[in-house]
Unconditional design. Structure first.
Length: 188
């Protein structure tokens, strides 16, 4: 049940800002603003780790619906499935990554999964942007595309790390604290 609440958190982190006519979450940061701060990456890792593999399709389908709603109703653009295929494959891949790496979560595994999910999204999504019409199809154009996206990558890495850290770390901390009195009573 908790994994479905976590999925709802991911969906709301995307839907609420435009629903209330707010820009995407901007948090002041010493070097600028924090853009692209959503719970999607961390929530997909958690959902994948806690649900059977086939239920990742539920998470992917839910996020596909939010992609459509945001594109058409919040941002008023035409929806083209081809523009989202890489993102949808990434959603599924992160669920699978969570299933494979985090069914037995350790701090090292969570850190590795956070790095892998945020970095893969940065590499894949910006490659697709580079293939479009915004940048020249040269090494210089590709470099410009990735350099321009570095602030988004940094902030996606931070948000994924915070969300995954809380989702995997807080239950582990609670378990450790709950069992500490029993260990101390046994020693006495």
């Amino acid at each position: 049940m908790i994994s479905y609440l976590v999925l709802l958190l991911a969906l709301l982190s995307r839907l609420l800002p435009p629903l209330f006519h707010m820009p995407p979450l901007h948090i002041s940061w010493s070097s600028g603003e924090l853009w692209n701060f959503t719970a999607v990456g961390g929530c997909l890792l958690f959902f994948g780790a806690r649900r059977p593999r086939w239920q990742g399709a539920i998470a992917v389908a839910s996020l596909m619906v939010t992609d459509y709603l945001l594109t058409v109703h919040a941002y008023h653009y035409e929806f083209h499935v081809g523009g989202y295929l890489v993102t949808w494959v990434w959603y599924a891949g992160v669920c699978l990554l969570g299933h494979q790496m985090l069914h037995r979560a350790t701090a090292l595994r969570v850190t590795g999964a956070v790095l892998a999910s945020a970095t893969s999204f940065f590499l894949l999504s910006n490659f697709v942007v580079w293939l479009g019409t915004m940048y020249s199809h040269s090494l210089a154009g590709m470099a410009a595309c990735y350099v321009a996206a570095l602030p988004f990558y940094r902030n996606d890495l931070i948000s994924t790390g915070l969300v995954a850290g809380a989702l995997f770390g807080l239950p582990a901390l609670a378990h450790r604290l709950a069992h500490r009195p029993h260990a101390q009573q046994s020693a006495a």
